[in-house]
Ligand binder design. Sequence first.
Ligand code: M6R
Length: 615
Amino acid sequence: MCGIVGYTGAAPAEPILIEGLSRMEYRGYDSAGVAVQQGEAIEVVCRKGKVSELAHTLEHFDLDGTCGIGHTRWATHGKPSEANAHPHTSCAGDIAVVHNGIIENFAELREALIGRGHVFKSETDTEVVAHLVEEAYHRLREAGTGDLRAAVAEAASQLVGAYGLAVMAEGEPGTLIVCRKDSPIVVGRGEMGSYVASDIIAMIDATRDVVVLADDQMASLTAEGIAYFDMDGNPLEPEVTHVDWDIDVAEKGGYPDFMLKEIHEQPRVIRDTLAGRLSGGALTIDELDMTPAELNLIDRVYVIACGTSYHAGLIAKNLIEGWARIPCEVEVASEFRYRNPIITPTTLVVAVSQSGETADTLAAIRDARVRGAKVFGITNVVGSPVARESDGVIYTKANKEIAVASTKSFLGQVVSLTLLAMLLGQSTGRLTGGQIKLLFSELADTAEAVERILAECGPAVEEAARAMVDATSALFIGRGMGAATSYEGALKLKEISYLHAEAYAAGEMKHGPIALIDENFPVVAIATDSPVYDKVVSNLQESRARGACIIAVATEGDEDIAKHADHVIYIPKVRDAFSPITASVPLQLLSREVAVLRGCDVDQPRNLAKSVTVE
Ligand code: M6R
């Protein structure tokens, strides 16, 4: 996610901005920039790539101004580039804006602004804000009826979507105006001046007494102080929060560990991954760089990946075959690279890797390309080897994932693969425009469903975790989409709690695993509403008859399941195709809870690394 930082005070702004941006690097970004007020002029410097590259470039500038704003951008509208990096400026360059969030009505605003003579320099949604503020600012100033604060309020009133904004104007040197809606903005006073950021971590060295703006609140920052307003300009007295976290905790955003923080980021990941994908009723993934006709030629798909990413592939297989009717195989990359897979020029290989660095996945990509396949990468890391070595790439919008156990990246992968399956269905003509629209809207609704799971299922998860904490082994079962989900549930549990877990397609129980079942062997079943629900219930009954403690993940309203399970974790109803997105979340929480109860290091499990760059 993008990061905002701003400062106005007695000290040079540039080093403060760079330090703040560096502190937010962990969030993930593809470009960075600053705007500093030099006398009455605003100087903007942006770079694609790392904050360190921006800092290096700034060595060639002589910026000593004491008021400025900075930004790290993770592309949503428009590719990662210097032109699309923030700050964005008005036509005259006299207004500079940094923005977090997504402005949903930017296309119509942009068209109207162009109609009124504005000239755009970037492809971003953000730039409309600079032009809207420019219009309002000059009109209000000429009429003597308003200032930059009023102009920003007027511009914000035209925006639909989410925004955290920091704005400066040449006409009001030393002033920063900030406001927010559904995107965090924090302000605070330090010894050397006034600070703003989208994340407390960026200003924690300057002050620990901060005001977290609420939606539709604004602040005006000067070297002398900070004034707070509602969007109509009425003064406010906001509550000051004292931050007593250390830096480590601040980075965790108040959560006890990164894994829990990252689990809670998943509704945002779903929304960001879907942003901008449906336009005029059609799905577009421009980054893949293939025409519908080229896509239509694909007659075989391989998904290659390792670990959790492989499980995302198992989910995708059902969707690709179901919606596009193209045969799809899912293979662990370490196997794929050493066999002789059937690849032709009409084979599509989809390489899935959170880190974008996994050695086996990279080797499999190289092998597939040599054999003539087209390779799409799905990764979370911009510019990673998987991104560079693939023909096209979809970036999951998870932002940097710190916990070794992949959670939000997994969900980003599943959503991206779902989009790819829909795209293939669209290009083969198997999915109509109406079906695409319906599927997309239901997919978007999963963000809210995950939000509800995070808000409501804590007590049920804790109860289930207590029931399995002393076990030495656990079995995860499901059928159809639930089988794919159960594989990921078992991996999550074993990697962070060191409790042995296995996953089986539930129908396989009586072909062997049922011999293991006794009262010390808990069974976690994915028993959500689906065409195979009754079959899963039968498998539960078989396990229960042998004394197993049953933990079921089931759909809200299914009271019957309580007769077959000792513990039930209810989740909202979604289409079966999207059930892995929702059902994975309680399983992530469950494994974390078991790991905590067993005293394990949740974020850094033994023997594991975040990126596996060796074979
Ligand atoms: O970075 P990648 O997605 O390629 O990594 C693949 C696996 O190493 C990874 O998913 C691993 O299984 C995680 N620890 C799972 O939480």
